[in-house]
Design a protein around this ligand. Structure first.
Ligand code: GLP
Length: 253
């Protein structure tokens, strides 16, 4: 396994190795760019990454832990409209379980859009303004949905699309139904997501995909001409994109 991530490259390795590599990269970003925000993603792909980060964190000295906690700054991509921290399926609750608690972070430094805000449009405006005030994203972590989404940017989606409220694609509601008793109709209809505009403005992007079910969408995203029909394909235009894939997800590249 390569020890460091370089720019604009594809790394194929077992999923557990990718998770450890990415966790180290996240820690490095916090050390090297403490003032710059990390862009974080949720989803099954990211679960082993946060577990590996928690493990790497446990190996830090108490002094370094304290410093990393004081300086932590992250913005998540998205959350469901209508779900708040009290709902275990909200991405806010997921981050609480997978990141805030294991690392002992101050939740106020782990930003997510307010999915449960009475006025989602106002929550969008607030989130966009918070991210802009923080100076945008340094390192952006991304998974990829079967619809070709990154964050919750469902097709069709232009690269200039900003932070906004979106309607979730039927494919996505199907993909995420397991968290809602297996019933796609119970998956919230809408989400708040950072747009391709904020994502593509990140200094560096790491896209991670694992499993055979991601092979076709990863090929379309990386090997076919960029198109609004496949939002992740706009990543091809980013100057510092690294793709991490296991052999199954990379099978069609
Ligand atoms: C989710 C999120 C994305 C995530 C994608 C893939 O619903 N909104 O940020 O990357 O879909 O999810 P998974 O990793 O579970 O396949």
């Amino acid at each position: 396994m390569p020890q460091t991530l370089h720019q604009s490259q594809l790394i194929v390795a077992p999923a557990a190795d990718l998770a450890r590599l990415l966790a180290e990269r996240l820690l490095d970003q916090r050390r090297q760019q403490p003032g710059r925000a990390l862009g974080l993603a949720t989803g099954r792909t990211m679960e082993p990454v946060y577990a590996a980060l928690a493990e790497a964190w446990r190996a830090l000295s108490p002094g370094e832990c304290a410093q990393r906690r004081r300086q932590w700054l992250s913005f998540n991509l998205d959350d469901y409209v209508g779900l708040g921290a009290a709902d275990p399926r909200s991405f806010r609750a997921v981050m609480q379980r997978q990141l805030v608690q294991p690392l002992g972070l101050d939740p106020a430094r782990v930003h997510l859009p307010a999915g449960d805000a009475g006025d989602p449009a106002a929550a969008v405006a607030r989130y966009g303004a918070e991210l802009a005030a923080a100076g945008g994203i340094g390192l952006q972590l991304l998974g990829i949905g079967l619809s070709g989404h990154v964050g919750f940017n469902e097709p069709p989606c232009q690269p200039s699309s900003p932070c906004r409220v979106v309607e979730l694609d039927a494919t996505t509601r199907h993909q995420n139904a397991a968290d809602f008793g297996g019933d796609p109709a119970r998956v919230p209809a809408q989400a708040i997501t950072l747009g391709l505009a904020e994502i593509l403005a990140a200094e560096e992007i790491v896209l991670m995909a694992t499993g055979a079910h991601k092979a076709a969408v990863l090929r379309r995203a990386l090997r076919e001409p960029p198109t609004a029909a496949l939002p992740a394909s706009w990543l091809q235009g980013h100057p510092a994109l690294t793709v991490l894939a296991d052999a199954a997800a990379a099978a069609e590249l």
